[in-house]
Design a protein around this ligand. Structure first.
Ligand code: ATP
Ligand code: GLN
Length: 148
């Protein structure tokens, strides 16, 4: 019989071909994470979605406090959410790179969530799966020019 892991099992990890790396980061660090010379573009990452968000974590409103000590609207801190869908074998490299570029060591550096993604569909062509995930100038193109 196949081993079926329940979500209550400590070693349960949803397996997927693609994952979304969802990083909540300091807004002023985003430039460094995504800039062309550095980081992600250099690794062949071409598809990224960024949104302005507001969040509450250990940082609370400690550096941007407007007064008040309750869990209230004025304690939410401006953050940027960066979402990158990649194939499974790119996940760890992307996470390492984001940490390397986004970390200051101070409270409020952010958090990364790893989300299994069941499919990728390119709207223009209707392509699915690997074909849709692959991008012009991405890793597949780079390896042709021996960048790996
Ligand atoms: P096309 O070849 O038709 O241009 P594409 O695959 O290059 O398709 P776009 O249509 O340029 O994709 O992408 C639209 C938006 O989707 C982007 O602006 C970006 O926000 C988001 N996006 C695309 N690919 C990814 C990805 N792998 N991860 C996260 N966001 C992505
Ligand atoms: N893995 C894709 C490629 O190498 C790129 C994925 C992405 O840009 N998010 O083409």
């Amino acid at each position: 019989l196949p081993v079926i892991r329940s979500q209550n099992s400590p070693d349960y990890t949803p397996d997927a071909k693609f994952y979304k790396v969802e990083a909540i980061l300091r807004p002023w660090r985003i430039q460094q994470v995504s800039s062309r010379e550095k980081a992600l573009l250099k690794m062949g990452i071409r598809g990224v979605t960024v949104s302005d968000v507001r969040g509450f974590g250990a940082q609370g409103g400690s550096t941007e406090r407007h007064g008040g000590s309750e869990f209230s609207e004025d304690k939410f801190v401006a953050k940027v959410k960066m979402e990158i869908v990649v194939s499974k074998d790119q996940v760890e490299a992307v996470i390492d790179k984001i940490i390397e570029e986004a970390r200051t060591g101070e409270i409020g550096d952010g958090k990364i969530f790893l989300v299994p993604v069941s499919d990728v569909i390119r709207v223009r062509t209707g392509e699915r799966g690997e074909k849709a995930e692959r991008m012009t100038g991405g890793r597949a193109d780079m390896s042709v020019t021996a960048l790996t």
